[in-house]
Design a protein around this ligand. Structure first.
Ligand code: MN
Length: 734
């Protein structure tokens, strides 16, 4: 087991200012915490965190990361708590260890292969300090190195997870050496035979070609040295897993692979990189299409290098990678090395040691985190910006749902299933009832509460962020509206048939659909409901002999009596038919949001108790007017739009209906307050107020209010009238 002083020495090698006391305290604390715990290998458990720390010293990470590695399993596996660690080691280290504990919990979530990509993103999104990921990868690397001690079944599961999640994550972070080792350890566990086959062949090749490889190495470095380019030339072979993948991808045999061997040329400056390429291309013929300049065009993970393939000594294809020492470190350690060598900016750090530059980077990262709550900025800094616009949540069963940032539980519900979205009435977020319109956070567990017969409110459409939810809500509300129109159409049509002395049934209507140029009965009903087709024409299509009176009952009577022939209409007292036949024929009105598309007269409204008339209004459904509304005159010459309607209000219904009143009052302070008080005390709402000043003494106030019914309205009017400052009160209908 690594001793206390050995750990300190490893850090001191790259960081002379190592906090020895901190490392020693962490060492002792973790050793005590893990106590007599053992690993599967039989070794003391404490050897594991120490090895993880050792891996991170190879990446030359700062004290906090090394200490976090030593402590990384204490909260998860021992009685240690975050509070205690914070007290002993400070909040920075406590945050790191806490982050690692969080990820360890995520490991328990079911991860099907197709979710691996999402899961990788989840890791990146949940972790708010990139050092947590570095410790996690080192942790996984050590576990993979010691995998042969656990059962075959468990080791296969861990290897698959490593291949799906952690190896690609290391790749994304630019840590190629970690990625390659994770891949090969997984490959060996998952496909031992294939792995053994490739290793055997590689050894065979090495035996046969080893000599000529060394010759190329010597020749190349000699030639470069002679041209004043000090270079490190190393032969290298592809890792077994990438060979296997290439064979799989291209369906070719091992013998057909041409680029198993390659050479890496490490020089000091970018300029030398290009001089090496110049020399190599002059000396040996270039294989076309293989030249790639990742120095002028770095890869997304900041990988920089020049690749080329030439026909080298002995007419062998030789693959070359040419890069500087700094680029090589970035290629191996990615994010961990990233900040050490920001080319072009190196100058400003010249006076600093390489080690302290690494601290600068880490400190800068921490600063970004603590400065503002802008994780976006942090992620951008570490090249993970491709994920910051997403949030990852879980269903109660552990299914991972990836959503755009800003998504709500409604988006979540539709992402699970359209039916779930359409029926959503509430959401439990992390076990607590939360609003359907809250913004989801990474790692939230969301349980959608549904109810059958629920229709998504159209207003949701503008509140969701996913296209899927938006489209589904639009479709559902379109369907609901269509159903409303069809219901209205059915009411209108069946009444038209009754008046014509005929009997309506769907089958007869079906037979004449071509005549009406519609595809379904529902289409006809909806068209009548929308006012696009007249009920009389529907009757006629089935009974051609029927001569349409072109009237609804009420209209006929109005016509006969010439109700609106008189210009003084509004002041007339109308006689409205109230016999039983009329009652049953009239369409029942249950207010807004019922089965029918209904709205109230735009000026003055209508309240239960009012004698009412319905006007079929295209795109709006029925507009309900009180019979005294002067606006009704404008429909006088369109009898086909008139509908008989009646109130059908439940006694227990507390809904409010719109009405407009005009109050003339003395113009003095407190008058408006008095009016508002009367209205408010009566349980009515004021929607809108308008003033008309008549003189300095009197002014009119026009109020749009909401009342339960005519009785309620009358009572308010009476009370207003009784006030001494009020001279006149009347209802207004447009
Ligand atoms: Mn561990």
């Amino acid at each position: 087991m690594m001793r206390q002083y050995e750990l300190v020495d490893r850090v001191r090698r790259y960081n002379p200012h190592v906090n020895e006391d901190l490392l020693n305290r962490a060492y002792v604390y973790a050793m005590k915490a893990h106590g007599s715990q053992k690993r599967a290998s039989g070794d003391p458990y404490f050897t594991h965190p120490l090895e993880v720390a050792a891996i991170l010293t190879d990446m030359r990470l700062d004290d906090a990361t090394i200490v976090a590695a030593v402590l990384h399993d204490t909260i998860e596996d021992t009685s240690a708590t975050r509070e205690e660690i914070e007290k002993l080691f400070g909040s920075e280290i406590a945050n790191l260890v806490d982050g690692l504990t969080k990820i360890a919990k995520l490991d328990l979530v079911s991860k099907r292969a197709e979710q691996a990509e999402n899961f990788r993103k989840l890791l990146l999104a949940v972790v708010d300090d990139v050092r947590v990921l570095l410790v996690k990868l080192a942790d996984r690397l050590h576990n993979m190195r010691t995998l042969n001690f656990v059962s075959a079944e468990k080791s296969k599961r861990i290897a698959q997870e490593t291949l799906d999640i952690y190896a690609p994550l290391a790749g994304r972070m630019g840590m190629q050496s970690v990625r390659i080792e994770l891949e090969d350890l997984s490959f060996r566990t998952l496909m031992p035979e294939a792995h053994a086959m490739i290793v055997a062949r590689l050894n065979d090749l090495q035996r046969r070609n080893g000599e000529s490889i060394r010759k190329v190495e010597v020749e190349l470095s000699g030639e470069l040295a002679a041209r004043g380019i000090p270079a490190e030339v190393g032969g290298r072979e592809k890792a077994p897993y990438s060979i296997w993948r290439k064979m799989e991808r291209k369906s070719i045999a091992f013998e057909q692979l041409s680029d198993i061997f390659g050479f890496r040329v490490i020089v000091n400056t970018v300029d030398e990189c290009y001089r090496v390429i110049g020399f190599v291309h002059t000396k040996w013929p270039v294989v076309p299409g293989r030249f790639k300049d990742y120095i002028s065009n770095p890869k997304q993970n900041d990988y920089r290098s020049i690749h080329t393939t030439v026909i080298g000594p002995g007419r062998q294809r030789v693959e070359l990678q040419v890069r500087t020492r700094g680029m090589d470190d970035v290629a191996d350690y990615g994010i961990a090395a990233h900040a050490l060598y920001k080319d072009g900016r190196a100058g400003e750090f010249d006076s600093l040691t390489r080690e302290s530059r690494s601290y600068q980077w880490l400190r800068h990262t921490i600063d970004l985190l603590s400065e503002g709550d802008s994780p976006e900025e942090f992620l951008e800094h570490t090249k993970l910006e491709m994920f910051h616009d997403q949030v990852f949540c879980f269903t109660p069963k552990g299914r991972l749902i990836a959503l755009p940032r800003g998504a709500t539980p409604i988006d979540f519900a539709y992402a699970v299933h359209t039916d779930v979205g359409n029926r959503a009435v509430g959401a439990k977020i992390n076990g607590r009832i939360g609003p359907l319109l809250s913004e989801l956070q990474n790692g939230d567990e969301v349980d959608i509460v549904t109810s059958a017969g629920q229709v998504p409110p159209p207003a949701w459409e503008s509140l969701v962020v996913t296209g899927k939810a938006r489209a589904a809500i639009r479709r559902a509300s379109r369907d609901a509206v269509r159903t409303q129109y069809a219901e209205l159409g059915k009411q209108i049509i069946s009444r038209a048939f009754v008046r014509a002395g005929k009997e309506y049934d769907d089958q007869k209507l079906k037979a004449v659909l071509p005549r009406l140029a519609r595809n379904s009965v529902e289409d006809v009903l909806a068209a009548v409901g929308r006012g696009e087709m007249f009920s009389g024409d529907v009757v006629k299509s089935i009974h051609p002999e029927f001569v349409a009176a072109r009237t609804a009952g009420a209209v006929a009577q109005k016509g006969e009596k010439g109700w609106f022939g008189l210009k003084k209409a509004a002041s007339l007292v109308f006689k409205v038919p109230s016999d039983k036949a009329h009652e049953s024929e009239a369409i029942p009105i249950r207010g807004l949001g019922g089965d029918l598309p209904v709205r109230f007269a735009p000026v003055g409204g209508a309240v239960p108790g009012d004698r009412i008339v319905g006007i079929l209004t295209p795109q709006e459904g029925i507009t309900i007017y009180p019979i005294q509304s002067p606006a009704l005159m404008t429909f006088d010459d369109q009898p086909e739009r008139w509908l008989d309607v009646r109130w059908d209000i439940d006694e227990s219904d507390n809904r409010l209906y719109p009405a407009r009143i005009q109050v003339s009052a003395i113009n003095e302070p407190g008058t408006l307050g008095l009016i508002a008080t009367v209205i408010g005390e009566n349980g009515s709402n004021i929607d809108h107020v308008e003033f008309i000043t008549r003189s300095s003494d009197v002014r009119d106030v026009i109020l749009d209010i909401e009342v339960r019914d005519l009785k309620h309205l009358t009572s308010i009017l009476t009370q207003l009238k009784s006030k001494s400052v009020v001279s006149k009160v009347e209802r207004v209908n447009g």
